[in-house]
Design a binder for this molecule. Structure first.
Ligand code: PTJ
Length: 250
């Protein structure tokens, strides 16, 4: 039995666990009510993808790991859904890649910022950025533009999972290399990413960490070759194809 009193062999185990974590996130004041809607939308796409990491997503996760390792300053952005779903897994990815963690909210409130930072620390994070808010993303209204100047403001590579389209586009326009995790290959966030990962964050983040551990001893030139071999358009097209051709009997 697990945290949801359902055996891991249950065919809908992962989906039920995900729902449970999001519900708990709302109860703890970590996840916004809009986060519940975002989760429902994600679930529908995941169902059509067969609730599995398709080969093109696994490739993208490896490339994303290479990007994070090759970065001068990588930052993993955490919102209310990410904090509820994969808090410990984000800490593991940060450790495996040397990236910073920054809380960055679409619906920013001081209370939720603090709760998420505490939640991440409870899961092993030693430093959590986002609370200074002394930097801005150009082109967004005041609250939604806030970042840390020495965090996302300074980063060359950012991971923005489950991000709102406007903010994903604005970050990409700042010239940052953007890695997006989003189950919808047609979302503006996925479309604006240098590395779109069309997968459930619950599977994507641990898999990126595994790839990062495998790639840790690769040279800068080897990482560059992995990055250069990636085609974002192809990855998006493969995911859309998998969704359209989905075998619902699986
Ligand atoms: O905590 P906040 O205030 O920063 O708000 C976070 C949400 C997610 C509510 C906010 O960023 C938002 O409204 O996002 P959207 O525009 O609903 O986009 C969320 C995207 O994430 C959608 O395209 C969903 O398909 C996708 N998604 C939802 N759950 C998952 C997911 N992608 C991967 N894994 C999931 N578990």
């Amino acid at each position: 039995m697990s945290e949801i009193e359902i055996p891991e062999s249950h065919p809908r185990y992962e989906s039920l666990l995900t729902r449970h974590r999001i519900e708990e996130g709302v109860e703890k004041g970590i996840t916004s009510q809009q986060g519940l809607i975002a989760q429902g939308r994600g679930e529908a796409f995941d169902y059509l993808l067969g609730e599995e990491t398709i080969p093109s997503a696994d490739d993208a996760e490896r490339v994303a790991a290479a990007q994070l390792l090759a970065a001068e300053h990588a930052v993993l952005s955490v919102n209310g859904n990410v904090a509820a779903l994969v808090p410990g897994e984000i800490v593991d990815l940060a450790e495996a890649t040397g990236a910073d963690i920054e809380v960055n909210l679409f619906n920013r409130t001081a209370e939720r910022m603090d709760r998420i930072a505490d939640h991440l620390r409870d899961h092993g994070a030693t430093a959590v950025k986002g609370l200074e808010a002394d930097g801005r993303i150009p082109g967004l209204d005041h609250e939604r533009a806030k970042v840390d100047a020495d965090g996302i403001g300074d980063a060359d590579v950012v991971l923005v999972p489950l991000e709102d389209g406007d903010r994903a586009e604005a970050l990409a326009e700042m010239g940052k290399t953007e890695i997006v995790i989003d189950l919808n290959p047609l979302s503006r966030s996925a479309q604006s990413a240098a590395v779109p990962i069309i997968d459930n964050i619950i599977r994507a983040v641990p898999n990126m960490t595994e790839h990062a551990r495998d790639l840790r001893d690769h040279s800068a030139a080897e990482l560059e070759a992995i990055i250069d071999g990636f085609d974002a358009e192809e990855a998006l097209a493969a995911a859309e194809q998998a969704i359209r051709d989905g075998d619902l009997d699986k």
